[in-house]
Design a binder for this molecule. Structure first.
Ligand code: APR
Ligand code: PHB
Length: 388
């Protein structure tokens, strides 16, 4: 393939890269998105599905709201459980009117790909990037594994946690924490057993009851980090979910055919700074949060909103927003890191903790049931911080 030239070369067609390309297009800035995997794979990858109010607002304002508003499920609250004790967190009331929307992340990705292609955008699938070059000059370029070079004015590394772009930042500092457990996630073809999400943090370990649609249930169980799905036949999963979610007020979990099972590790990760010369990182390439607070996609959107505005200003001759890009994003990212680590610690049984510490954890969770100020802290961070 011939070499290419564009204004912004974007590595990765996840939510971060695709949304950036879309927002740039709306500002009249051209970009090329290079994605290692094929389109089908990217559109099918199952990830968390909670959009903060601010994220929904960004997507709707960017003209991406058609399916999201029709099919997304707005939630005004969620439930916390500890054994058979249950407490509803009323997000709307506790945050002065904010809520969340349950809409699968792969649906966001589908909407973004459709919008880019309908607008004549260039998204090249099965085009893995090998390396990035000349980042300290005004003419950086990206080299793909097949030898194609993409010459551009700016390079954006939106290539996720396993991408290649992060390594191009010399002297970067990384901060990392690995939790001593993982999440087993399942999708099941059965009507959700509750209209709202249920987060349970009892003695037996964490469980989450969520959903993808009125016909599809999504659930998670805390498991050991190196555990394998082979150890989790369907009956064991449903039995464990039933035990951990409890049965407050006679509530019952409805099992159904499980269509997907996977185990993911739980980690927190941040790299600083998020830019070097003409390279800017966005999304999972720069930071990972444990999924308990459902912040991964929302943080990526936060980065991209800041980056799109900064690139637009730069093309008009003002580089100040690009210069502060990393610091601006990192403030929001550390706030979310703190919240996600707090919520994770609160709801998971730490296998390394002594029995005293475990009792303290349970007591802290119960404290939220009775304390409006603790509940407000949880609700405000969970519902998210407005973008831009
Ligand atoms: N060349 C091209 N593409 C690459 C390369 C490479 N060398 N390495 C990785 N990629 C692609 C991956 O195949 C993936 O499609 O980059 C994309 C990164 O997408 P995500 O992992 O989804 O990362 P991001 O867009 O930052 O996601 C933000 O959405 O998908 C979730 O868990 C993610 O919550 C996070 C949020
Ligand atoms: C999900 O539905 O996939 C989901 C919901 C809430 C979380 C994490 C994942 O905190």
């Amino acid at each position: 393939m011939r070499d290419m030239r564009t204004q912004v070369g974007i590595i990765g067609a996840g939510p971060a890269g695709l949304l950036l390309s879309h927002l740039l297009h709306r500002h009249g800035i051209e970009s090329v998105v290079l994605e290692a995997r094929d389109r089908d794979y990217v559109q099918r990858r199952v990830r968390a599905g909670v959009l903060e109010q601010g994220t929904v607002d960004v997507l709707v304002k960017a003209g991406l709201g058609d399916r999201l508003l029709a099919q997304g499920l707005p939630h005004q609250g969620f439930e916390l459980r500890l054994g058979d004790e249950a407490h509803r967190i009323d997000l709307t009331e506790l945050t002065g009117g904010r809520n969340i929307t349950v809409y699968g992340q792969q649906e966001v990705v589908k909407d973004l790909i459709d919008a880019r292609l309908a607008d004549g955008g260039t998204v090249l699938f099965e085009k893995p990037v090998a390396s990035v070059h000349d980042l300290e000059t005004a003419a950086p370029y990206i080299r793909c594994q097949d030898g194609t070079e993409v010459h551009c004015e700016f390079v954006v590394g939106a290539d996720g946690f396993h991408g290649i772009s992060r390594a191009a930042i010399p002297d970067a500092r990384t901060y990392e924490f690995e939790f001593p457990f993982g999440w087993l996630g399942i999708l099941a073809d059965v009507q959700p057993s509750s209209e709202e999400l249920i987060y349970a943090g009892g003695e037996g370990g964490f469980a989450l009851h969520s959903m993808r649609s009125p016909e599809v249930t999504r659930c998670y169980l805390q498991v050991e980090p190196g555990d394998s799905v082979d150890n989790w036949p369907d009956e064991r999963i449903w039995a464990e979910l039933r035990t951990r979610l409890g049965s407050p007020g006679g509530w019952e979990l409805t099992p159904g055919p499980i269509t997907e099972k996977s185990i993911t590790p739980m980690r927190s990760f941040v790299t600083e700074p998020m830019s070097h010369g003409r390279l800017f990182l966005a999304g999972d390439s720069a930071h990972i949060v444990p999924p308990t607070g459902a912040k991964g996609l929302n943080l990526a959107v936060g980065d991209v909103v800041v980056l799109a505005a900064a690139l637009e200003a730069s093309f008009q001759g003002d580089d100040s927003l690009l210069a502060s890009y990393s610091d601006t994003c990192l403030r929001r990212i550390w706030k979310a890191q703190d919240f996600c680590a707090w919520m994770t610690g609160l709801l998971h049984r730490n296998p390394e903790a002594d029995p005293f510490t475990e009792r303290i954890r349970q007591s802290r969770l119960r404290e939220i049931f009775g304390s409006p100020s603790m509940a407000r802290y949880l609700a405000e961070h969970y519902a998210g911080y407005p973008h831009g």
